[in-house]
Design a protein around this ligand. Structure first.
Ligand code: URP
Ligand code: ZN
Ligand code: ZN
Length: 462
């Protein structure tokens, strides 16, 4: 073996067991749980994982790295974002390549891939966010080619009308119909754009400009309406649907109903919706928490936790889209000028594992939500679990280590985080990417550029 990880406790989506893990040529070659042949694995390198959990590297299915947005570009480059990712135990990063008017899907992803690959510290995959179907909806004909290129999920923004990124219902229906034929999963950002724009206009006209009005311009019912609409179209068209960053109770209930009826409706939420409520927008630094959809009330937060535990939420991902303090400050006196988005890529796995370590969910649930399910759902068969034949993307996790998040101990390029001061119980101590050590006890120790593009297979199957 090239590497043997000895004496650890392997966690899978189904349970935990003590085993030695042997790695050869970047893949998991042997898992030796003892028994008759036990204890005999020999490696060029051996790591003693006594007292540690051996987890699959997480898959962050939702990030926006160096994305032009909100009058600037999100603060983490591909290198910084993926560096931070592996330091938080995320070994596969999904980025959203935003297709623009007149540009093809494969061309859009090729361009982002060219930006990402030279500095990638984690493996990287792309969803494409479709914003324009072109003359005569010509882009629909490119769907099979996109799937062949490994892009088997598209995002539709049901919002961002003024930003020119919105997909209307007619386009959404066309995309859903065609996507299914090509093995492509349709992801939606569900909020009602007209309701938002009308409410923003009314608030601004009456001088209501603090971040609290960001929340009030897109409250629970604004998101719920769009979730219900998207689910309606998915049911009517027999299409598979993935709702990104689900944040409201009514939306959770809608997804639960669709699942119970047997529809292929999947949902993602993010740590920020599990941790914070809309009260953050009343804080002096409320602008730093501005993202869309916004954090909701306590009832929604509790509903999300219940849904996480019950399996109604399939994945937890970050929507990592950080901005610098100076950029967030553009909106000090006008919430509409605040670039939307928050950091999270390095906090996802530690946050969910801390929830497991403190008994809120099980470790197996954390692994399912952050690694196994996103890998399966988005067509990455070599990722997401510590199993023979998979890539040796492995995280060693110390349950006994306490950690407090600060911008000072993160590995990104941003200079403020909504997670500042958050105490976590347990923390990753080592991350291996395809068998190579890339994070060690607080330090990035990999080589930028060692992350690879992942050509995905069909999405939407669990
Ligand atoms: O506020 C957010 N979420 N920014 C990133 C873009 C998006 O809507 O996912
Ligand atoms: Zn979104
Ligand atoms: Zn997003």
């Amino acid at each position: 073996m090239d590497l043997v990880i000895k004496n650890g406790i392997v966690v899978s989506g189904a349970g935990e067991y003590r085993a030695d893990v042997g790695v050869k040529d970047g893949r998991i070659a042997v898992i030796d749980g003892g028994g008759a042949s036990g204890g005999g694995l020999r490696g060029v390198e051996t790591v003693d994982a006594s007292g540690l959990y051996v987890l699959p590297g997480a898959v962050d299915a939702h990030t926006h790295l160096q994305m032009p947005f909100g009058g600037t570009v999100s603060a983490d480059s591909y290198e910084a974002g993926t560096r931070a990712a592996v330091c938080g135990g995320v070994t596969t990063v999904f980025d959203y390549a935003i297709q623009r008017k007149g540009k093809g899907i494969v061309r859009t992803v090729e361009e982002r891939r060219a930006l990402a690959e030279p500095g990638a510290c984690a493996d990287i995959a792309f969803h494409c966010a479709i914003t324009d179907l072109g003359e005569g909806c010509a882009l629909l004909d490119e769907f099979p080619k996109a799937a062949d290129y490994g892009v088997s999920s598209f995002k539709c923004f049901m919002v961002y009308k003024k930003e020119g990124m919105m997909i209307d219902d007619g386009m959404l229906m066309r995309i859903m119909e065609k996507a299914g034929e090509a093995g492509i999963l349709t992801n939606v950002h569900a909020e009602n754009p007209d309701a938002i724009d009308a409410r923003i206009a009314a608030f601004i006209a009456s001088g209501k400009t603090s971040p609290w009005y960001h929340y009030l311009s897109r409250p629970e019912f604004v998101e719920a309406e769009a979730v219900k609409r998207a689910v309606h179209w998915a049911k009517a068209l027999g299409a598979k649907l993935y709702i990104v960053h689900l944040a409201c109770k009514e939306g959770v209930e809608e997804v639960a109903r669709a699942k119970a009826e047997g529809y292929a409706v999947f949902a993602e939420t993010c740590p920020q919706y599990l941790e914070f409520t809309s009260d953050v927008y009343k804080r002096e630094d409320g602008r730093n928490f501005v993202c869309s959809p916004p954090m909701k009330g306590a009832e929604s937060r509790e509903a999300l936790w219940r849904a996480v535990k019950a399996g109604v939420i399939d994945t937890v991902a970050t929507d990592h889209c950080p901005f610098m303090q100076a950029e967030k400050d553009w909106g000090r006196d006008d919430f509409t000028k605040i670039p939307n988005g928050c950091a999270g890529i390095e906090n996802l796995y530690p946050y969910m594992l801390s929830a497991a370590n403190t008994g809120r969910i099980s470790f197996s649930q954390a692994v399912r939500l952050c690694a196994e399910t996103p890998a399966k759902l988005f067509g990455c068969p070599s990722k997401g679990s510590v199993t023979v034949g998979k890539d040796a993307d492995i995280v060693l996790y110390d349950r006994a280590r306490d950690f407090t998040v600060s911008v000072k101990n993160m590995h990104s390029d941003y200079d403020q985080t909504i997670w500042e001061g958050k105490p976590l119980k347990g923390y990753p101590v080592k991350t291996f990417l395809r068998g190579k050590l890339v994070y060690d006890n607080g330090n990035y120790v990999g080589v930028p550029g060692q992350g690879r593009y992942i050509k995905r297979s069909e999405s939407g199957c669990l």
